[in-house]
Design a protein. Structure first.
Length: 213
């Protein structure tokens, strides 16, 4: 009979392998119903029965970010050290060379990136927005601009991530009101093993540089 620790090791190895090869679902829910009612929730489902959920009140995140900015500004004001940030000609030439090199390799880089992210599939995507403005003449162009913004963003998202179901996108105008409400609900799936592979590939791409992609 095998020792207990060897049996435990085999069981843990099988469990880890099962997590690596099975689909993992991530559900993201963001709601904005006012200046102080923002809400973000992330739920992770492993093996269909292990659920990890975390909720983030956005107001707490904003407060922490504001405190951090105030602290950083205070350090800069009282450091007593004045740095000269003028760009010299050599730096400008170097930036131009980098931009030209990135532009030449951008198409190939995006193609490789799309192939890597093909394993992250969007199962469900819903994005609903309600816009209310007192002036109807302003409300119309605002709603049109919101549609254009959503279309541009989602075109980039769906270019990299395969969509398995028809998305639900809405922008609803509300007259004689002054508010903005939005809700974003997205569920996507991937294999943990594939995600680790993509992370290693991106790390290698970052180390080698875009010209070696």
């Amino acid at each position: 009979m095998l020792p207990w620790y060897l049996i435990l090791l085999i069981f843990l190895s099988f469990f880890v392998l099962l997590i690596l090869i099975t689909n993992t679902k991530v559900e993201i829910l963001f709601q904005r119903h006012g200046d102080e009612n923002d809400y973000l929730s992330i739920k992770l489902v492993l093996l269909r029965f292990i659920t990890i959920k975390k909720e983030f009140p956005i107001i707490d995140i904003v407060k922490k970010d504001n405190k951090l900015r105030v602290r950083l500004k205070s350090k800069k004001l009282f450091s007593g050290e004045i740095k000269n940030n003028n760009l010299n000609l050599r730096l400008i030439r170097r930036l131009i060379r980098i931009i030209c090199k990135l532009t030449r390799n951008l198409h190939h880089f995006l193609k490789q990136m799309r192939q890597l992210l093909n394993g992250f599939k969007i199962i469900k995507f819903q994005w609903t927005t309600h816009i209310g403005i007192d002036d109807a003449a302003v409300l119309g162009p605002t709603v049109g601009g919101m549609w254009a913004l959503k279309g541009t963003l989602l075109q980039q998202v769906f270019y990299f991530f395969p969509l398995l179901s028809k998305p639900s996108i809405n922008v609803t105008p509300e007259f004689q009101q002054n508010h903005m409400k939005t809700q974003l609900h997205c569920i996507f799936q991937f294999k943990v093993g594939y995600a680790m592979y993509v992370g290693i590939k991106f790390l290698n791409m970052y180390r080698k540089g875009v010209r070696h992609v």
